[in-house]
Design a protein around this ligand. Structure first.
Ligand SMILES: NC(=O)C1=CN([C@@H]2O[C@H](COP(=O)(O)OP(=O)(O)OC[C@H]3O[C@@H](n4cnc5c(N)ncnc54)[C@H](OP(=O)(O)O)[C@@H]3O)[C@@H](O)[C@H]2O)C=CC1
Ligand SMILES: O=C(O)[C@@H]1CCC=N1
Length: 284
């Protein structure tokens, strides 16, 4: 079935070109938070891989990206960057309908590439790097826009983008020059957390803990530690010192972590993600 709930005569409020992991994390949260009714949301993608969850909530589903691009006020580009040239080549760029905000969540693709492709007013195009905790409204999105945007116009569109993304987590507007590094932490960061939680749980299992208890303990320690950083404003070193009793168990563990190069590895991880992001944004 190539179309579901799709009404060619309707103007949709929010649309996603690409209906996968990140589109779902954002779009399903919008519906859950009442930002957009399901019937006013539309998604497009070529296969049935990521369609059921959208149909089940009553969103419009199509395989034609132009059904989204030409009939929707706010469009998210939620495809992988490597597919962008093909997708944009098939869009009816000149048949612009109600579109007044275009948000690219594609890692690496620069604003000037988007501007060249869509030739829209600079105040219409945004680059946003969200993350999957958006699904439970615990996300964080960094937002950037073009310096060429006219102040009076960006003062209308930017607040709308911030309002949307703040409904599913934290937001910060940053210069585009910082987006690759910021995305390497906030966009990819949840995956680092899952790896750390899994590794800690493995350690717990090795010490005799049941797997599910070990995972819950690890996840709650990571979540609690993160909340302390965000809510106390204390330096991470100070918070760490509050845990490490003299001659105790934690300092023994921290010694093992430093010996294992965990700090070095985490810095390398951010560098690798930043560089890959830059690479994906380079014109081929
Ligand atoms: N996952 C994350 O945590 C984050 C992802 N992003 C960015 O979000 C974007 C999507 O990533 P993610 O959701 O993880 O990827 P997924 O693979 O989960 O989803 C990609 C979607 O794009 C669709 N697609 C592929 N080709 C086309 C096409 N020609 N026209 C329309 N749709 C197409 C896929 O279709 P189909 O369903 O048929 O397979 C799928 O629905 C990427 O640019 C990524 O950089 C940004 C921040 C975080
Ligand atoms: O891995 C990726 O390319 C995307 C961007 C950030 C998180 N996921």
């Amino acid at each position: 079935m190539s179309k579901f709930n799709y009404d060619p005569h309707k103007t949709y409020e929010i649309g996603f070109i690409g209906s996968g992991n990140m589109a779902q994390a954002i779009g399903l949260a919008f519906i859950k938070k009442g930002i957009c009714k399901a019937e006013n949301l539309i998604v497009s993608s070529p296969s049935e891989n990521n369609k059921k969850v959208w149909r089940d909530i009553g969103a419009a589903v199509t395989t034609d990206n132009n059904d989204v691009f030409c009939n929707t006020k706010i469009v998210f580009l939620a495809i992988k960057p490597q597919y962008f040239p093909k997708v944009v080549s098939e869009l009816y760029i000149k048949a612009l309908g109600p579109l007044n905000i275009l948000i690219s969540i594609m890692v690496g693709i620069p604003l000037n590439t988007l501007q060249e492709a869509f030739m829209l007013k600079p105040s219409v195009i945004f680059k946003v790097m969200p993350n999957t905790p958006s699904l439970i409204q615990e996300g964080f999105s960094v937002i950037s826009y073009q310096n060429e945007a006219i102040l009076e116009e960006i003062e209308v569109t930017l607040p709308k983008v911030k309002l949307l993304m703040s409904a599913i987590g934290g937001v910060e507007v940053i210069p585009e020059s910082l987006m690759n590094a910021a995305g390497a932490i906030s966009g990819s960061g949840p995956a680092y957390a899952f790896l750390i939680i899994e590794a800690l749980a493995d350690g717990g299992v090795k010490q005799g803990l049941p797997r599910d208890l070990a995972v819950r303990l690890a996840a709650s320690a990571m979540a609690g530690g993160s909340r302390m950083v965000l809510e106390t404003g204390k330096h991470t070193g100070q918070l760490k010192d509050m845990v490490t009793s003299a001659g105790g168990s934690t300092i023994a563990a921290l010694h093992a972590l430093e010996k294992g190069g965990v700090r070095f590895a985490m810095m390398d991880a951010v560098e690798a993600a930043t560089n890959r992001s830059k690479e994906m944004g380079e014109k081929k």
